[in-house]
Design a protein around this ligand. Structure first.
Ligand code: SF4
Length: 237
């Protein structure tokens, strides 16, 4: 099996519920989507990565693993575009008793189901149409897949949290509708967190908008948090 990797590096986790943990990031190349706020555009083409045999990729990851690493994140790009390789690499990490973590837009429930057994922490990212993730004609299919992935993650009983990136373009009604769909699937006890993440450096939402978005989630999930990407504030990659 081959895998195309864009980069491997250790940093401090800057997003979500495990923020601040020393983390090895394995960034797989390739993502077919077009979120306007994407901060890894250089890793979107599959060809941007270097191709490795799976065994060589495992060795490379082992070489980069530092002591006291809390978890290994599989990120991208979109790791599910190379789902078989992501599953195999995650299995390799689990064999070392290091927790694995998936950062994905969850665009394909079948691919997600293939990777899930090898993932210890699951972040489900849900996107509103204003993200420009995909054209309007494909949005509902992708959303259906992401919601299906949420159901699978909950059923697996693995720690699962939700992330929604918001910007000044986020329409409150669309956000509220999506939140309602999420909580038709998830009960509060099923989730380890719900993070509203403001965009950084592009179309940043103002405080009033963030309050409105927070207020849309709070009645469903009282532990909702608005948290920016903290690694950017720390100057970490
Ligand atoms: S899904 Fe993720 S990697 Fe792909 S364009 Fe959107 S933000 Fe970027």
């Amino acid at each position: 099996m081959k895998v195309r990797l864009y980069e491997i590096f250790t940093s401090l986790e800057g997003e979500g519920t495990l923020c601040g943990t020393k983390t090895l990031f394995v960034r797989l190349a390739g993502c077919p989507f077009t979120c306007f706020y994407c901060d890894t555009k250089e890793a979107l083409p599959l060809e941007s990565g270097q191709e490795y045999d799976l065994q060589d990729a495992c060795k490379l990851i082992d070489k980069h693993l530092q002591g006291n690493t809390y978890k290994v994140n599989f990120t991208g790009g979109e790791p599910l575009t190379q789902h078989e390789a992501t599953a195999a690499l995650a299995k390799h990490i689990q064999s070392k008793n290091i927790p694995t973590y998936l950062e994905s837009s969850c665009f394909d429930a079948k691919k997600f189901a293939h990777v899930l057994p090898y993932i210890d922490y699951v972040k489900i990212e849900l996107k509103t149409p204003d993200s420009k993730f995909v054209d309007a004609g494909h949005y509902s299919t992708l959303l259906e897949n992401a919601l299906h992935c949420l159901g699978l993650a909950i059923a697996s009983k693995k720690p699962t949290y939700i992330k929604m990136v918001v910007s000044s373009k986020t329409e409150l009604k669309q956000f509220e509708d999506l939140v309602a769909k999420i909580f038709k699937i998830a009960k509060p006890k099923d989730l380890k967190g719900f993070i509203i993440q403001p965009t950084h450096g592009t179309s940043e939402p103002n405080l009033q908008q963030l309050f409105s978005l927070y207020d849309a989630v709070y009645p469903h999930y009282g532990d909702v948090r608005v948290v920016p990407q903290l690694h950017k504030l720390m100057g970490a990659p």
